[in-house]
Design a binder for this molecule. Structure first.
Ligand code: ADP
Ligand code: MG
Length: 403
């Protein structure tokens, strides 16, 4: 079992929390504050326990000095302040020698957010390389560490993994929820269990496909993933996105031999053209021309996939059915979501684009649970563990060696 926040003695302690505040920002405005809202349960719990709360998070990509200008967490501190209805103090300098003094002066329930941890990556990648000095500095600021950033838990970074080596650590409520939802359906899914996978690159999803196939009853494929399977079956997929690797094609052939009964592939498509942006047509899957590009699934495929959905008790969705960012190729995803909405089952979706498509198309309420972890969710499903959570065990689970 993972060490839960509710099993820790936190009363009046200094607690450092790793949050996932990697929110989308455009023109100086937060476009979606879901991640900030998701952290409130943990933060309010710490406030109830009269803790001094120190918050760490990363934001965006920080590869060079100039990236810092657009990736300050200060805007997030302001939004958090509005949400908790209490001052959220902000420290621009992370490795600030005055920090311990500042924390000493904090009152119980006070919140202090430090600047974007990835600022420490310029120039020496100290955060991302899990530098020991940075890790122990973070740990020196508090008595207890809470990992509430599921989406960063596949990264062995100082603020996620390094710090757990120095102070007692536990998982926060949002991490606990994500683990519970994934474990519940992955370990003992109610059958029939249908997995629906789309998206762009098959290589990104191959491990997950191999993990889920033995457990599921149906695997419905779409997107670039399905294109690669069709290519392995020698269909002409024209200029569609598909794997170029012969090793991957071999793997897909093996998968199809072993699991042919479970696999479903598209029967038809909405295609574009490799040279004419305005060209779009309906095509059966055996009629694709050399210059055509499969961009979405179409009616016959949706009808076939519906038959599997209608007999399912558990459904997991990852990846979109087509290039949903383009309105002309969003219909497959939308209609598939409509079928899912009508089906009474445990329905879970994971992956950054999938969850964002579900929200933008208004299907949030059709799901039992939407995973918050993006790539970390997929890695947990594929491997069954995450580097950022492995270290956080209950004391009773830690093996004591006889000497
Ligand atoms: P998630 O982020 O949920 O794991 P993916 O990133 O795998 O999902 O899938 C979404 C991406 O896949 C989108 O950017 C979409 O444009 C792309 N995609 C879906 N179908 C196709 C297709 N037929 N050809 C090219 N790209 C596709
Ligand atoms: Mg994606």
């Amino acid at each position: 079992m993972k060490q839960r926040i509710e099993n820790m003695d936190l009363k009046e302690k200094r607690v450092i929390v790793r949050c996932d505040y990697n929110v989308p920002i455009y023109n100086g405005k937060i476009l979606d504050d879901t991640k900030i809202v998701a952290s409130l349960e943990t933060i309010r719990y710490l406030m109830k326990n009269n803790c001094k709360i120190i918050i760490l998070s990363h934001l965006g990509k920080v590869k060079a000095e100039e990236d810092k200008r657009f990736n300050s967490l200060e805007i997030v501190a302001k939004r958090l302040q509005e949400l908790v209805g209490r001052d959220v103090y902000f420290n621009h300098q992370i490795l600030d020698p005055e920090l311990p003094k500042r924390i000493d002066l904090m009152l119980p329930r006070d919140i202090l957010m430090l600047e974007n941890t990835r600022f420490l990556d310029v120039p020496n990648k100290l955060e991302s390389n899990c530098d020991a000095q940075i890790s122990s500095f973070f740990a020196s600021l508090a008595d207890v560490f809470v990992n509430d950033a599921f989406a960063s838990s596949h990264r062995a970074h100082a603020s996620v993994v390094g710090i757990t080596k120095y102070i007692p650590s536990c998982i926060g409520f949002s991490v606990e929820k994500e683990l519970a939802a994934l474990d519940r359906f992955l370990k003992e899914p109610e059958h029939p269990f249908t997995v629906i996978m789309g998206g762009a690159k098959v290589e990104d999803k191959l491990e997950l496909i191999k993990t889920l196939l033995p457990k599921c009853d149906h695997l419905l494929l779409a997107g670039g993933l399905a294109n690669s399977f069709l290519k392995a079956l020698n269909f002409n997929i024209g200029s569609s996105l598909a794997t170029e690797s012969s090793a991957t094609i071999e793997s897909l052939k093996q998968i199809m031999l072993e699991y042919r009964e479970k696999l479903m592939l598209p029967l038809d498509a909405i295609v574009g053209s490799s040279y004419d942006e305005n060209y779009t047509r309906y095509k059966r899957i055996n009629e694709i021309g050399d210059n055509e590009v499969i961009n979405d699934i179409a009616i016959k495929t949706l009808e076939k996939y519906k038959t599997a959905i209608e007999e399912s008790k558990t459904i997991f969705l990852n990846g979109t059915m087509g290039i949903y960012e383009d309105i002309r190729y969003a219909n497959g995803t939308k209609e598939l979501l409509n079928s899912l909405k009508k089906q009474d089952a445990i329905k879970i979706a994971g992956g950054g684009d999938s969850v964002s498509a579900i929200k933008n198309m208004g299907f949030e309420s059709a799901f039992t649970y939407l995973c918050v972890g993006g790539g970390a969710t997929l890695e947990y499903l594929a491997k069954g563990h995450l580097v950022g959570i492995d270290n956080i065990m209950e004391a009773s689970d830690i093996e004591v060696l006889d000497v």
